[in-house]
Ligand binder design. Structure first.
Ligand code: SF4
Ligand code: SF4
Length: 205
């Protein structure tokens, strides 16, 4: 079993529903986004186009962040997820530098006192979710592991209105995601780095 994903860029409309779904599901701290949608304009006016590319942790099989972590806090699960053990994390941020995908974040300062709007208290939802993001530790996409344990898809996959994400078991040759990767010649981002990501793209990176 190795969880992975295919993202079809030709279907992405840049609506950022995945970004919001991730934020709501994981309740990341103010200004921290585990899921991003990068945008780029190509061409010259008046013939311009906008390209969008969703990105998050690639859950690399050969993960530089895991190798770089001096305490063993960054680790692989049996299902191929790359996670952080907050009890072992010393907040050195070596992993942030090691990740070539800019997928890691550091939980700066006590944002519990600084919600989005000055002078406003955190909502009950924020109070509950913020406990999952201890200050002074490194964080990243956890592929919604609790949803996976409940047999659900990650929130970004579930929410995408154009269904540009296909999620499943990369080790199962007949899974929908494996077939789609094979049939479409999907490629991971920065394959030349040898990180062996578990996220693949089609539709031009
Ligand atoms: Fe680590 Fe970055 Fe790969 Fe995620 S994308 S596993 S944080 S190196
Ligand atoms: Fe490991 Fe934490 Fe340091 Fe990252 S910040 S390298 S997870 S100890």
């Amino acid at each position: 079993m190795r969880y992975g994903m295919l993202i079809d860029l030709s279907k992405c409309i840049g609506c950022a529903a995945c970004v919001m779904a991730c934020k709501v599901e994981n309740g990341t701290l103010t200004g921290v986004y585990w899921c991003n949608v990068y945008t780029k304009e190509i061409g010259k006016y008046p013939r311009v186009k906008k390209r969008t590319m969703p990105s998050a942790c690639m859950h690399c099989t050969n993960a530089p962040c895991v190798k770089a972590c001096p305490t063993g806090a960054s680790y692989h699960t049996e299902e191929g997820l790359v996670l952080v053990d907050y009890d072992k994390c010393i907040g050195c941020r070596v992993c942030l530098n090691a990740c070539p995908y800019n997928a890691r974040h550091y939980n700066f300062t006590d944002q519990r006192k600084n919600p989005y709007y000055e002078g406003m208290e955190m909502t009950p939802f924020e109070k509950v979710k913020n406990k999952n993001h201890p200050i002074g530790k490194a964080g990243k996409c956890i592929l919604c592991k609790d949803r996976l344990n409940d047999g659900k898809k990650p929130a970004c996959v579930q929410t995408c209105p154009t269904q540009c994400r296909i999620f499943g078991d990369l080790d199962e040759p007949n899974s929908e995601v494996s077939i789609a990767i094979r049939n479409n010649g999907a490629k991971p981002l920065y394959a030349h780095l040898g990180t062996k990501p578990s996220v693949y793209y089609i539709g031009s990176i």
